[in-house]
Write a protein that binds this ligand. Structure first.
Ligand code: SF4
Length: 74
């Protein structure tokens, strides 16, 4: 499990669980970009956008922790 920190949010990613369906890459390409390093850049979207996209991960490979004290909702 790797962690990617942005303002107000930390995204976790477990490569062993990922199904590589690219839903995250299509849904929020500013944050999930396999051509960028690191490939997850939470700073490129709002906390709510990141939380919403992580919740759509079909495999559970992505997880998110909100660290700004909000509920992560828009
Ligand atoms: S949405 Fe989840 S399962 Fe799909 S590519 Fe992204 S991390 Fe992997």
């Amino acid at each position: 499990m790797k962690s990617y920190e942005g303002p107000g949010v930390v995204v976790g990613f477990d490569a062993d669980v990922c199904q590589h369906a690219a839903m995250c890459v299509r849904g929020l390409p500013r944050v999930f970009d396999t051509g960028a390093r690191p490939w997850i850049q939470p700073a490129n979207a709002t906390v709510a956008e990141v939380v919403s996209q992580v919740e759509m991960c079909s495999s559970g490979a992505l997880s998110v922790q909100v660290t700004d004290g909000s509920d992560g909702q828009p």
